[in-house]
Design a protein around this ligand. Structure first.
Ligand SMILES: [Zn+2]
Length: 500
């Protein structure tokens, strides 16, 4: 009856059993042979989990724990054993735990004689037939992707889309590696942070110096914060942060102690000590944001001349309802003064607030449509396939060279084949790049971070009795610059807010 299910990858669980007088019966070898024969007959790829100890409780069986952890990662379509009592003998809570793990992860349990689907009832109740078929197809692809991902993570391979700055994906090793130029920038971010710079100040510094962000855009404090706090930069891979709820279209974030962490997967770019200090500093900044580097007026350093690009000055006027944006004072090489006129800060503040509200709406819309893009998994799987194909052609190419130098093939044939392989590799590289670009799953995270920041800024500017320097700091956390242009005293001026 197993042909009803799409089984391709399984775990074999093997364990010694005990006889009536508690003597060990060494039927392990025989069971192993039977199970392997079954896998081979059905064309299943298998991984063995053989338990040497004979403790009954799950918690004293390391292979069982490892198996459950891997099942949790949906590494397998099914777990195979001679009988369910090999997984758990009698203990009801252990049995419930195993069945629940199988059901939650939609992993089947297979014995020599039958297939158990602990999720079956739920599946049938969940939806009508058509809906179920569509979901099953999607689930199969998603599962294949997760299986590969979990397996590769266990071996330290990067399989999570684009690695975070300063890392890049190394096609040769399949791992993440720091890019040399990016690493210098990252180390500088760490130093600035350890020297008391808040994420806002670090982003501001980097933007001022024209250093592009990971996506070739401007740095935002949220991106800086995320990169500084990321555990990937300690050389780790963290998997299983989220879980899809069975029977609901929701993805929940698991508590941190349930995450699975693999160590020494790639080169670390910060030390554990630095990491802990950074976490402490950033936590403290969240509680009491220091305003030391913020300007004395709410728009200090933010307004640029829309004609010549120079920063415009603000004149404080405590005796009037509004501060004044002074006319541009910049002069060109011939001493000709820029014609851009100033304006009232109070009017600019109103327009900036409107722009921030529009930005909020735009981000919310982007996040809403982004969530439906679950296809990202499929895209990533496609990119893995391209990678595998490239590797295949690479090895064919080196075999071809070996054959040529060993004088087994003619030069003519060598050149012809070489050109063919190289063309194919080049085409695959292009395809791979395009897929990677589409699968850049950082955009949604960025949007969520930005929306969070935008809401905080709105809270600041809407609150009463707030210092101008605090408002300035808030603006700088989401705005890169405000371009102002006013050609004539008769027009009221035009402005454009450039967000980070
Ligand atoms: Zn100007």
């Amino acid at each position: 009856m197993s042909h009803d299910y799409d089984i391709r990858t399984v775990a074999l669980y093997l364990r010694k059993s005990r006889g009536q007088n508690n003597e060990e019966i060494d039927d392990l070898a025989q069971h192993r042979a039977e199970l392997i024969a079954m896998c081979e007959e059905r064309g299943w790829a298998y991984t063995e989990y053989a338990e040497i100890g004979t403790g009954d409780k799950i918690n004293v069986r390391p292979k069982m724990l490892e198996l459950l952890q891997d099942v949790e990662q949906q590494m397998y379509d099914a777990v195979v054993a001679v009988h369910f009592d090999r997984l758990s003998r009698g203990d009801e809570s252990d049995q419930a735990r195993i069945k629940k793990t199988f059901a939650m992860t939609e992993t089947l349990f297979v014995t020599i004689t039958r297939v158990y689907d602990y999720n079956n009832d739920q599946d049938i109740m969940m939806a009508d037939f058509e809906g179920m078929m569509a979901r099953l197809e999607y689930k199969t692809i998603a599962r294949r992707f997760r299986q590969g991902k979990a397996r590769r993570a266990k071996q330290g391979f990067w399989s999570n889309g684009t690695p975070p700055f300063p890392y890049v994906f190394d096609r040769e090793t399949g791992k993440a590696k720091p890019d040399e130029a990016n690493l210098l920038v990252y180390r500088r971010m760490i130093d600035l942070c350890l020297n008391g710079y808040a994420a806002t100040d670090i982003a501001w510094e980097l933007n001022k110096e024209g250093i592009p962000s990971p996506r070739g855009q401007l740095w935002s404090p949220a991106v800086v914060r995320r990169l500084l706090m990321d555990e990937v930069h300690l050389g780790r891979l963290v998997v299983g942060k989220k879980r899809k709820l069975v029977g609901a279209d929701a993805i929940v974030r698991k508590p941190k102690d349930e995450w699975i962490v693999y160590y020494n997967c790639h080169q670390a770019v910060k030390t554990e000590q630095e990491h802990n200090k950074i976490l402490f500093l950033i936590q403290r900044q969240k509680e009491t944001p220091p305003a030391a580097r913020a300007g004395s007026s709410q728009f200090s350093g933010l307004i640029r001349c829309g004609i010549c690009g120079h920063t415009m000055q603000i004149q404080k006027r405590s005796d009037r309802p509004s501060d004044l944006l002074k006319s541009c004072t910049h002069r060109d090489h011939f001493g000709v003064r820029c014609p851009n006129l100033g304006g009232a800060i109070i009017d600019i503040a109103i327009s900036v607030k409107e722009a921030i509200l529009a930005k909020q709406e735009q981000l919310e819309a982007a996040i809403r449509s982004g969530i439906q893009l679950e296809d990202i998994r499929v895209i990533l799987e496609l990119s893995e396939q391209k990678l595998a194909e490239m590797k295949q052609y690479d090895s064919m190419l080196s075999k071809l060279e070996d054959a040529f130098f060993a004088e087994k093939i003619s030069e003519e044939r060598y050149m012809l084949k070489k050109a063919e392989y190289e063309t194919r590799i080049h085409a695959l590289e292009e395809e791979y790049k395009i897929i990677q670009k589409q699968a850049d799953n950082t955009q949604n995270a960025r949007n969520e971070d930005m929306l969070d920041s935008v809401k905080k800024v709105l809270a600041v500017i809407n609150s009463k009795d707030i210092e101008p320097k605090d408002i300035n700091r808030a603006y700088k956390s989401i705005i890169h610059s405000i371009e102002w242009e006013r050609d004539d005293f008769d027009d009221c001026g035009a402005m454009k807010v450039n967000f980070l």
